[in-house]
Design a protein around this ligand. Sequence first.
Ligand SMILES: CCC[C@@H]1OC(=O)[C@@H](C)C[C@H](C)CCCCC(=O)CCC[C@@H](CC)/C=C\C=C(/COC)CC[C@@H](O)[C@@H](O)C[C@H](O)CNC1=O
Length: 159
Amino acid sequence: MKQYRIVPMTIVLLIVLALDQLTKYLVATQMSLGESIPLLGEFLSITSHRNSGAAWGIFQGRMLFFYIITVVVLIFLVYFYKSEARDNWMMQIGITLLMAGAIGNFIDRLLFQEVVDFVDILIFNYDFPIFNVADSALTVGVVMLLLEVFVTGRGKKQI
Ligand SMILES: CCC[C@@H]1OC(=O)[C@@H](C)C[C@H](C)CCCCC(=O)CCC[C@@H](CC)/C=C\C=C(/COC)CC[C@@H](O)[C@@H](O)C[C@H](O)CNC1=O
C-alpha cells in the first residue's frame, strides 16, 4: 500500500479530473464561442475555444486516432506505474497527472468530438495556443517525469 499510494493518487486524479470537467462545463455553458474575458491585462484571458485536434490543432478531427492513442497511453501509464513508480512519489504524481489529463480530454472527445479550451496566455508576445486544465496536467506530468529521470536520476534501478 505505502509503496504505491493508490488511495492518495486516486484522490489527486479525481480532483484534477473534476477541476478539468467543471471548468470546461462552465466555459461551454456560461460563455459564447470566441468570447474572451481578460483576467491579467492582455497576458491572461479566459477565451472560449474548441479544438478537434491535439496540441496546436494538429490531427484535426482524427477522433479514432485520438481514441486509440489515449487508450494505449492509459494502458502504458498503468503498466509503467506498477513497474517503475514503486516507492517513487514524484513519478507516481507525474503519472497520475498524465492519466488525469488524458482522461479529461478523452471525455470531451467521446462526448463532443472536440475539446473545450479556455486558458489564453500571451507568452513573450507569442500567442500561445489556448489550452485547458487537462493540458496543464499533461504538461506538468511530462515535466515531472523528465525531472525525475534526468535530474534526480532516481528513475534508475536502485543498485
Ligand atoms: C498537452 C498535450 C496536448 C493534449 O494531448 C492529449 O490530449 C493526449 C491524450 C495525447 C494526444 C491524444 C496526442 C498527443 C499528440 C502529441 C502532442 O500533442 C504534443 C504535445 C506537446 C505538449 C507538451 C506536453 C505541448 C503543449 C501543448 C499545449 C499547451 O498545453 C499546456 C497546447 C494545447 C492546445 O493546443 C490545446 O488546444 C490542445 C487541446 O486541449 C487538446 N489537448 C491535447 O491533445
